[in-house]
Design a protein around this ligand. Structure first.
Ligand SMILES: [Zn+2]
Length: 258
C-alpha cells in the first residue's frame, strides 16, 4: 500500500475545533499508511507536542515563528527561545518552520517582519535544517529573502500563487506544497501552478485544521483529508494516485530525510 504524507498539519489546533485528536490519529494510523509533519507557530510548545504525539512515530515535527505582530515586535527574544528549544530537541526536528511573510495580514512594520524571517533563515543555515515557508501576497519579497540564502533548502507551503510566481521559487530550488484549496472551484491559478510543478519538487498537505478540501469544505480539516488533496492533484497532473504517492514519498526523503 502506498504511503500518504501530510507535510503540513497543526495537530495542536484540532482540539479547539471540536476534533478528538487522539481518536482521529488512532483511527488514521490503524487503517491508513499515513505520515504527518506537525507544525507549530510559536516557541515553547515543542516539548508538549513531542510528548503528546511522538508515540505515534509517524508524526514528525517542525517549529518556527509565524509572523504575528507579537513575534515581529519581540523577534530577538522569541527567536532565541526558539533556537534554544530546537537545539535541545534537535533529534525530533525535521525542519524549521513555518515562518515567512504575510502581507495579507501585516501592513505595518514590514521591515520587522522581514527581519524575523531572516533571523530564522540564519538559524536554518547554522543548524543545517530545511525550512517551511509561509508566503501570502508577498511572492517577490519572499523570493528576495530566500535568494540570499543559497545553501538553505526548503518548501513554500500552501502555495497560493500562480504559475508565474511559481517559477521564481523553482529557480531557487524550492519544493512547492499544495493544500486543500486546490480542490476549490475558484482556485484556477493555484491549480495551474500545481500542474506546472516538476514531479520531483511537489509536496501535498492539509494545513489542517484550515482549508478542508472538497467535499469537506467548511468543516475543520484533519490529516486524513490529505487523501482528497492527493486525488485532486493526481487529476490536475493527469497521473494516478500510487505514482504520485511514490514520488512525494521520495521528495519527502530528499528534503526532510524520513
Ligand atoms: Zn500552517
Amino acid at each position: 500500500m502506498h504511503t500518504l504524507i501530510d507535510t503540513h498539519a497543526h495537530l495542536s489546533g484540532l482540539e479547539g475545533r471540536g476534533i478528538d485528536t487522539r481518536q482521529t490519529l488512532a483511527d488514521l494510523f490503524s487503517k491508513d499508511n499515513i505520515n504527518i509533519i506537525d507544525i507549530s507557530l510559536e516557541p515553547g510548545d515543542l516539548s508538549t507536542r513531542i510528548h503528546e504525539f511522538s508515540c505515534y512515530n509517524r508524526v514528525h515535527f517542525a517549529s518556527g515563528l509565524w509572523p504575528w505582530s507579537l513575534s515581529i515586535t519581540n523577534r530577538e527574544k522569541m527567536v532565541m527561545e526558539l533556537e534554544k528549544d530546537i537545539i535541545a530537541l534537535r533529534k525530533h526536528i525535521c525542519a524549521l518552520g513555518e515562518f515567512g511573510l504575510d502581507h495579507n495580514r501585516n501592513h505595518e512594520n514590514l521591515e520587522g517582519e522581514r527581519e524575523l524571517m531572516e533571523m530564522q533563515m540564519d538559524m536554518a543555515q547554522k543548524l543545517e535544517l530545511p525550512v517551511i515557508i509561509h508566503s501570502r501576497d508577498a511572492a517577490k519579497e519572499t523570493a528576495e529573502v530566500l535568494a540570499r540564502y543559497p545553501q538553505v533548502r526548503g518548501v513554500v507551503h500552501c502555495f497560493s500563487y500562480g504559475p508565474t510566481e511559481l517559477q521564481s521559487f523553482l529557480r531557487l530550488g524550492y519544493f512547492i506544497s499544495f493544500a486543500g484549496n486546490i480542490t476549490y472551484k475558484n482556485a484556477r491559478n493555484i491549480q495551474e501552478a500545481c500542474k506546472a510543478v516538476p514531479p520531483d519538487k511537489l509536496f501535498l498537505e492539509t494545513d489542517c485544521p484550515y482549508l478542508a478540501p472538497v467535499p469537506h469544505r467548511g468543516k475543520p480539516a484533519h490529516p486524513g483529508m490529505v487523501e482528497e488533496v492527493y486525488k485532486k492533484a493526481a487529476e490536475i497532473r493527469e497521473t494516478d494516485l500510487p505514482t504520485l504517492a511514490e514520488q512525494i514519498e521520495e521528495n519527502v526523503k530528499t528534503l526532510f530525510g524520513f
